[in-house]
Write a protein that binds this ligand. Structure first.
Ligand SMILES: Cc1ncc(COP(=O)(O)O)c(C=O)c1O
Length: 445
């Protein structure tokens, strides 16, 4: 590295960055305790999956209980955790959060044992309002309601604007937590074709809105889960217009919005709307700590109803985590942390895509997200992802099988992998094992 730095007249850190870039592109490879070597043949980068083609009618959601058993696998320490979209603790600012927790516990001793009733901690709401500017939204702290994670925010929004039997238009494939909320509330999901790069098809959504009595639309417009796609600004604007035409509210889930690889924070759809008809939901589960369970909703004209429902559903969100996250946002260097973790996730995603190209069957396709940390993989038709999941669990590897991302249990040959796990020998062995199992399932005996 010193030699390269002298030869090109650049700093060592520039050399390191250049090597990482070349490694990400598959042009060089690292050999343990030996250095970087030029690769004779770069790994093939798999193609993208095609635009999804879900069932064209509203469907009640059933059978999502499988997801709980997969989530429980994340509590097993010896599993390679590629199933739930939970970042490994080494990617999270755990020490800084611990400092905020202890300093707030010392400072607010007595207050911590009382409820912090909805809408929630004022300082936390001030800090979130300040950060909403990054997503292009002017927000007053009083517009924000603190929730126990984004999942509670989504569920409160659905309960508030729709009733059992109502139809909710969603992306396909969709985040399974949303499908579960629709399931337990007795609503129906209408899955809309979605492009793995640009998100929901507005043409298909427009046709669906003409045909079906849709009550609300619920989307993840930035770095969605599982596709990782982001709607371009023009599409976000057009979506707002389309929904206004039909007088349909949007539940916007922006949980991955802060995790874009190119350091520019994409706009929220809310930035293009009059706010009244968008219920914006998010949390710090992907960026700071899933365990602290701090999320929020900006419910627009539904604020009073949401505040009351939040109170009825869980009285209040835990007090200490609200103080701690407020303190971290104020003093903890959140932006500095984001700059570093965005790079780390970009690298993880690229290593995992490379491993798919290297170890999985040749016809495998995979998404190329520009943010977040999940990839969506289309395996050859013959591979049953539920069987793959079962075999992987026997080898202490958790993965998320495709059917849990659809109300009609489509995507039988798809899986989603969580890339926020440190790249090491165990992870590489798990990818080799998954590739081998996929090959075996292609030729059942
Ligand atoms: C798109 C999306 N929304 C919501 C959630 C739930 O977030 P929380 O843990 O804050 O409840 C997740 C977690 O996986 C998610 O991926």
């Amino acid at each position: 590295m010193r030699k390269l730095s002298q030869q090109f007249g650049v700093s060592i850190s520039t050399v390191v960055q250049a090597q990482r870039l070349l490694e990400d592109e598959g042009r060089i490879e690292a050999r343990p305790r030996s250095g970087y070597y030029v690769r004779t043949q770069p790994w093939p980068v798999p193609e993208l999956p095609a635009l999804s083609r879900p069932a064209k009618r509203p469907t009640p959601v059933t059978g999502q209980e499988l997801v709980l058993s997969l989530a429980q696998a994340t509590n097993e320490a010896d599993f390679v955790q590629l199933g739930a979209a939970v970042p490994h603790s080494s990617f999270l600012p755990t020490r800084a959060i611990q400092r905020s927790l202890s300093s707030m516990a010392r400072k607010y001793g007595n207050e911590l044992s009382t409820y912090q009733f909805p809408p929630g901690n004022p300082e936390l709401r001030r800090q979130i309002a300040r950060r909403m500017a990054e997503a292009g939204c002017r927000t007053h702290p009083d517009e924000i309601v603190i929730t126990s994670g984004c999942q509670e925010a989504l569920s409160l929004c659905l309960q508030t604007i729709a009733k059992p039997g109502d139809v909710i238009a969603i992306e396909s494939p969709a985040f399974y937590g949303l499908l579960q909320a629709i399931e337990v509330l007795g609503m129906k999901a209408l899955e809309i074709p979605t492009d793995p790069q640009t998100g929901i098809s507005l043409a298909a959504l427009s046709l669906a809105l003409e045909k079906w009595p849709v009550t609300a639309c619920a989307l993840v417009p930035n770095f969605s889960n599982p596709l990782g796609c982001t709607m371009p600004d023009e599409a976000k604007q057009a979506l707002v217009g389309l929904l206004a035409q039909h007088d349909i509210p949007l539940i916007e889930d922006d949980i991955y919005g802060d995790l874009g690889f190119d350091n520019t924070r994409p706009h929220a759809v809310s930035a293009f709307s009059d706010k009244a008809s968008v219920l914006y939901c998010s949390s710090f589960s992907k960026s700071l700590s899933p365990g602290l369970r701090i999320g929020w909703v900006i419910p627009g004209k539904y604020r009073e109803k949401i505040v009351y429902r939040k109170y009825v559903s869980s009285l209040a969100t835990s007090t200490l985590p609200q103080y701690a996250i407020a303190d971290f946002l104020k003093h903890g260097g959140y932006d500095r942390y984001l700059r570093q973790v965005r790079r780390a996730y970009q690298r993880q995603v690229s290593m995992m895509i490379r491993a798919v190209g290297k170890y999985f069957p040749q016809e495998t396709r995979v998404t190329q997200p520009r943010g977040g940390f999940v990839i969506w993989i289309e395996l050859p038709d013959k591979v049953d992802s539920l069987q793959l999941c079962q075999r992987a669990l026997e080898q202490r590897i958790s993965i998320a099988p495709g059917p849990i991302f659809s109300a009609t249990r489509k995507y039988c040959n798809f899986i989603r992998l969580n890339c926020a796990q440190p790249w090491n020998d165990a992870l590489e062995s798990a990818m080799i094992a998954l590739g081998r199992m996929a090959h075996e399932l292609m030729t059942p005996n």
